[in-house]
Design a protein around this ligand. Structure first.
Ligand code: UT7
Length: 331
């Protein structure tokens, strides 16, 4: 019997309309367009406005678009995994909300939190469920409303993040296409450098936590940068050499978009030319779980069946990893 692999058979991305540009940020905090652009590669990011609108709005829009575009019957979806760091609520899972909003009546679902590596972790998890024969149709969503946990008086973090996300459909493939390898890592000692202090069970919300602004992203930028730049480059190189791939074999590197300089370091370690790297950080900033599906969505038309892609991410936790896949279709 032919080996079953899990292949992406459709992708859709969604970002809110409101744009927050570097010029806008110059009016809010002590920063400049030049600093943001040279240190991060970001020009603008999207912000989800509207009372009561959470990450599920982003996820549901992406899933709706995906179902329509791939002409998929919602009743045929068996599982939806939502990778997010900014769930609508502590519980229930945002996956449950998305399923209900979109009308996935026969799907079970759960959230997965691995910060910026969440989409890769979710993809690796879903792939195993397809390879085992347990499921035939899974949707993996990567979405975040980062603006809900960003302190717009803190210039060191507010320039970095944006809102957005995407969704992919995964189905079995018996022609050797799809996800062929996944390497995932985590190191909880890194949590001191990047986290959200309050709002969880260790420090529930109180008047004091709000007054001390402890519900926002806390990041020691330089420390995170040091780990991100080496770990993401190393795991990209590791999966490439483990699978006997040369730079010529790789069609695209699909990196998490946290900082253009981290992406460049990963590309250099893998000896890839610039045109083989998907980069859209300029327009969306760091959308956490949204970056990789948004890249796949924007580059889909340029991809061909059989193209070798390396997906890489690094994020809070610390978490990091890489996936090697052969793209499965022509658009
Ligand atoms: O996706 C999750 C994982 N996260 C990451 O991968 C992020 C990793 N870290 C980074 O990308 C970078 O460290 C940052 C973009 C966050 C910061 O860049 P940096 O080159 O490491 O800057 P820095 O933190 O060393 O700060 C340099 C200077 C400081 O001023 P002094 O102390 O030299 O006077 C900062 O206060 O830049 C200052 N600064 C700013 N200046 C203008 C920090 N933020 C800003 C700002 N505008 N927005």
């Amino acid at each position: 019997m032919a080996k079953i692999t899990a292949a992406i058979t459709g992708v859709y991305g969604w970002v809110p309309e409101t744009i927050l540009s570097n010029a806008d940020l110059e009016k809010m905090v002590d920063t400049t367009d030049e600093w943001i652009l040279t240190r991060t590669g970001i020009r603008e990011r999207r912000i989800l406005r509207g009372e009561g609108k959470g990450t599920s709005v982003i996820g549901a829009n992406a899933v709706r678009g995906l179902l329509k575009k791939t002409n998929t019957n919602p009743d045929s979806i068996e599982l939806l995994i939502c990778a997010t760091t900014t769930p609508d609520m502590q519980f229930p899972a945002t996956a449950n909300i998305i399923c209900e909003e979109v009308g996935l009546k026969h799907a079970w679902g759960f959230d997965l939190n691995a910060a910026c590596s969440g989409f890769l972790y979710a993809l690796a998890t879903a792939a195993r469920m397809i390879e085992s024969g347990a499921h035939r149709r899974i949707i993996v969503v990567g979405a975040d409303k980062m603006s809900s946990i960003i302190d717009y008086t803190d210039r060191t973090t507010c320039v970095l993040f944006g809102d957005g996300g995407g969704a992919v459909l995964l189905e079995p493939n018996t022609h050797g296409l799809g996800i062929l390898d996944a390497i995932m890592y985590s190191d909880g000692s890194g949590r001191v450098h990047l986290h959200q202090k309050a709002g969880g069970s260790a420090m529930p919300a109180s008047k004091e936590t709000v007054e001390k602004r402890l519900h926002y992203v806390y990041q020691e930028g330089q420390a995170v940068y040091k780990f991100a730049v080496s770990r993401m480059a190393d795991v990209g190189y590791e999966i490439m050499t483990k699978n006997g791939l040369t730079p010529d074999d790789i069609a695209y590197l699909v990196p998490h978009q946290a900082n253009k300089r981290i992406i460049d370091a990963t590309r250099q370690k893998m000896s890839l030319p610039e045109h083989k790297v998907m980069i859209n950080i300029e327009r969306y900033g760091n959308t956490t779980n949204g970056t990789i599906p948004l890249c796949l969505w924007e580059w889909e038309r340029k991809l061909h069946a059989g193209d070798n892609l390396i997906l890489c991410a690094f994020g809070g936790g610390f978490t990091w990893g890489a996936i090697y896949m052969k793209w499965s279709y022509n658009s």
